[in-house]
Design a protein around this ligand. Structure first.
Ligand code: FES
Ligand SMILES: [Fe+2]
Length: 427
């Protein structure tokens, strides 16, 4: 249980708040390359700031204040020019630093005017990695954009994203990743119950059976240089299994690193503001090493918009992502942690909250928090431990890509077929 003050400290992300300042030390994904290809301007709200992201005709990205300094119209309706974004109302032009560089009428009537030099919107750096566009809202100089391994894989992989805007604070999503037990109940037992409700008797029976055999026995958490590693023994998996020996990490402060053989993902829980979160899952499918797939262009990485509600207006509960999103949202816009009752299953959450507070204090004291990379050598490919890390299994059934309505489903099936045909024969 936290005091109201502690809860505010952990959840508020506006500029000048401890967590807002901590979050401003990190790069956050705000869109995909493919989205800016189809539309070169886009509204973005990040850490409580209303911004516009654009790609100009020279191919440069900019992220500047959403409202024109002149008479406050929304620049997401502006015109990308050779260098910068032009306001559609009276033609003022801004560069990617937010500096006004043209005021056509002012310059016509008073050629000596330096008025534009005094006009500057906020402008933030944008960088691309793995088909995602990241923004940094903190103090200069910006650190390096972390090259997490999954974002750097380009050969024999297919990549896609799943995106949902959630009406809740980011910390609810991230604390869920420090809560191993919910696998058994939310995804296991509740998943089985949902199959039963749907009338799918066979699936429900199979799922209840898995749950009965899959009880958690032990959970463990280890801080490591990039965050916290989460481990479990459950069902038939003992301390010799990857679930315990390797585990999988949460990357500080707001990323989950997870997966199963051949399908891995990073889930970024990016704070839009105190009560909204952009949930972006970056999924990679790793094909067997003997398959030579053409490289997927970053412009072709699909965005799957993941619905939060069903046709009747209820929160969806069918897939694992639905179930997670359901509980995050039902905890409320900002979960009231003054009312919670934590038990033995919550030691990882407590460890994570302490880490957040410690790192926020480091920033307050003028220091640099964890996962701020400045050494290019260290940042070539940042690898974190991941249980069951291997290529996609040839007997993988494609149910998961069907249930997730993956736009890559056909592609994955096609490449799996090729992989089967060309698989090296044993013996
Ligand atoms: S409102 Fe943008 S140029 Fe006038
Ligand atoms: Fe989950």
């Amino acid at each position: 249980m936290l005091t109201q003050e502690q809860n505010d400290l952990l959840t508020r992300v506006g500029a000048g708040t401890p967590m807002g300042e901590l979050m401003r030390r990190y790069w956050h994904p705000i869109a995909t390359v493919s989205e800016l290809e189809s539309e070169p301007t886009r509204e973005v709200r990040l850490l409580g700031e209303d911004l516009v992201l654009y790609k100009d005709r020279s191919g440069n990205y900019g992220l500047i204040d959403r409202h024109c300094a002149h008479r406050r119209v929304n620049l997401a309706y502006g015109i990308p020019e050779e260098n910068g974004l032009r306001c559609m109302y009276h033609g003022w032009l801004y560069d990617e630093t937010g500096q006004c560089i043209e005021q056509p009428f002012e310059e016509t009537v008073r050629p000596e005017s330096r008025f534009k030099d005094k006009i500057k919107l906020s402008g933030y750096p944008v960088q691309e990695l793995g088909g995602l566009l990241f923004a940094y809202l903190g103090p200069a100089p910006a650190p390096l954009l972390p090259r997490w391994e999954f974002l750097t894989l380009e050969h024999n992989v297919l990549r896609e994203t799943f995106v949902t805007e959630l009406p809740c604070n980011w910390l609810q999503c991230q604390e869920n990743s420090l809560d191993p037990l919910h696998l058994e109940w939310l995804h296991g037992y509740y998943g089985a119950y949902m199959a039963e409700v749907k009338g799918d008797k066979a699936e429900a029976a199979a799922a209840y059976d898995v749950v009965a055999r899959g009880r958690h026995k032990k959970i463990g958490f280890d801080p490591f240089e990039y965050g916290i590693i989460k481990r479990r023994t459950w069902g038939d998996y003992d301390e010799e299994s990857d679930f315990w020996k390797v585990g999988h990490p949460i990357l500080f402060p707001n990323i989950l690193h997870q997966g199963n053989p051949g399908r891995y993902f990073l889930q970024f829980r990016t704070p839009i503001d105190d009560t909204h979160t952009m949930h972006l899952e970056y999924t990679i499918y790793i094909m067997p090493p003997w398959v030579e797939m053409p490289q997927q262009d970053t412009k072709d990485i699909p965005v799957n918009h993941w619905p939060l509600y069903d046709e009747s207006g209820k929160l969806r509960s069918e897939t694992i992502l639905d179930q997670d999103q359901n509980v995050w949202v039902t905890q409320g816009p900002i979960m009231d942690r003054t009312l919670e009752k934590l038990g033995e299953s919550d030691v990882g959450i407590i460890m994570f909250r302490k880490m957040l507070e410690e790192q926020a204090r480091i920033v307050e004291d003028g220091g640099e928090p964890m996962n701020v990379f400045r050494d290019p050598e260290q940042n070539q490919c940042v690898r974190a431990p991941q249980e069951f890390m291997t290529h996609i299994q040839l007997d993988t059934d494609l149910d998961i890509t069907a249930r997730y309505n993956s736009q890559l489903r056909g592609h994955i099936a096609e490449w799996l077929e090729k992989a089967k045909e060309t698989a090296p024969k044993l013996g």
